[in-house]
Design a protein around this ligand. Structure first.
Ligand SMILES: [Zn+2]
Length: 364
């Protein structure tokens, strides 16, 4: 691996390796202060996300490297109509590694195909955000001392929240995991996450409608934001936004060693009165985000890049190139006309295939 597009690009062993390097960085920061001297990280943010960008930049600067980039598409040549692939080819001349965020799903796959230097997906629309998941795993491992045998409550927008889907996919590979999914009915976990991940791997889960009924059994409580932009109807957002607010009374029946997490920024999902409770781990989580990104940058720069376009011939036979067309309006293929539409069969007998960029499913 020389790119990180999806958390599942990393094996459990590789994740353990990153966590152990991150822990070593936390204990011996001096040892790593010049590890990336002379190296440049480009942060290409086609949509703004100050928090994630600062975390990447702080990580690279703490390794003794340098950073350059842009923080919104309006200030890049994309605004003049340049393709994502051309932007990446140009930046290849100026940097050693790229962290990119893009509003369209699958844009990092396009980037990785055009790039000779490692690409880190810093979020592609509502699709993947693997460095957030790595951050969550490091935080949990530091607070609980393990990633197995945990009852994990996830609360809020479980329908659109990409951090939620990645977290479930990542924990599905560990043992002794149980999920408690806490959401209003309108925002519950999509059916495909249940069938393709939870049921397939035999992971026990239950769905509840209130924080109170979930609380006593939880080792981890992962709170998420209900995002205004995910709602077509603003009145629906106003009705639901206060439904699942964590405050001190709701914590009364919680375990004394519960770990409360939130990917931040919070709007009002967690009362500020909870901040001083020793179980609040969300600010430590932000710090963990920097250390795990340092470990990831070190790992990717040490590996020999493999061009994603170098797909073995045997795999190419299973691909449908420009035979099936993606209709997902959030897919990168919807805005960049010159990209080949590529689908992979997931169930050839029944003619089921998935878009190589956004994973949209289609029956042919
Ligand atoms: Zn697609």
């Amino acid at each position: 691996m020389s790119n990180l597009i999806d958390i599942l690009d990393l094996s459990v062993e590789e994740i353990d390796g990153l966590i152990s390097v991150a822990n070593d960085i936390i204990e011996n920061p001096g040892k790593y202060a010049k590890a990336c001297e002379g190296k440049i990280l480009a942060t290409l943010f086609f949509e703004p996300s100050t928090r994630t960008r600062l975390s990447f930049e702080s990580a690279m600067l703490s390794l003794g490297g340098s950073v350059l980039g842009f923080s919104e598409a309006g200030s890049s040549s994309t605004a003049k109509g340049e393709s994502c692939a051309d932007t990446i080819r140009t930046v290849n001349c100026y940097a050693d590694i790229i962290a990119m965020r893009h509003p369209k799903e699958g844009a990092p796959v396009v980037a990785a195909k055009a790039s000779h230097i490692p690409i880190i997906n810093a979020g592609d629309g509502g699709h993947f955000h693997p460095t957030q998941t790595l951050t969550d795993l490091l935080t949990i491992s530091r607070h609980k001392g393990r990633l197995n045998d945990l009852t994990i409550g996830i609360c809020g927008d479980l329908k659109f929240g990409r951090t939620v889907h990645s977290l479930i996919a990542a924990f599905a590979r560990y043992t002794g995991i149980k999920f408690v999914l806490i959401s209003p009915e309108e925002l519950c976990v999509p059916e495909y996450v249940k069938t393709e991940t939870l049921d397939k791997k035999g992971i026990p889960y239950k769905e509840v409608r209130t924080l109170e009924e979930a609380m006593p059994e939880l080792d981890i409580l992962y709170m998420t934001r209900i995002q205004r932009e995910r709602f077509a109807d603003p009145a629906e957002y106003e009705r639901l936004k206060n439904s699942f607010v964590l405050d001190l009374p709701k914590l009364e029946n919680a375990k004394p060693d519960l770990c409360i997490m939130h990917p931040l920024p919070r709007v009002n999902e967690i009362s500020t009165k909870v901040d001083n409770d020793p179980r609040a781990c969300y600010f430590d989580q932000a710090l963990c985000g920097k250390y795990i990104r340092m470990a990831l940058i070190l790992k990717l720069l040490a590996e020999t890049p493999m061009l994603l376009s170098e797909v073995p011939e045997t795999e190419q036979e299973e691909m449908l190139i420009n035979k099936v067309f993606c209709e997902n309006p959030r897919c990168i293929t919807s805005v960049e006309q010159e990209i080949d539409h590529i689908f992979h069969y997931t169930d050839k007998e029944n003619g089921i295939c998935r878009c190589a960029y956004c994973e949209a499913q289609k029956k042919i």
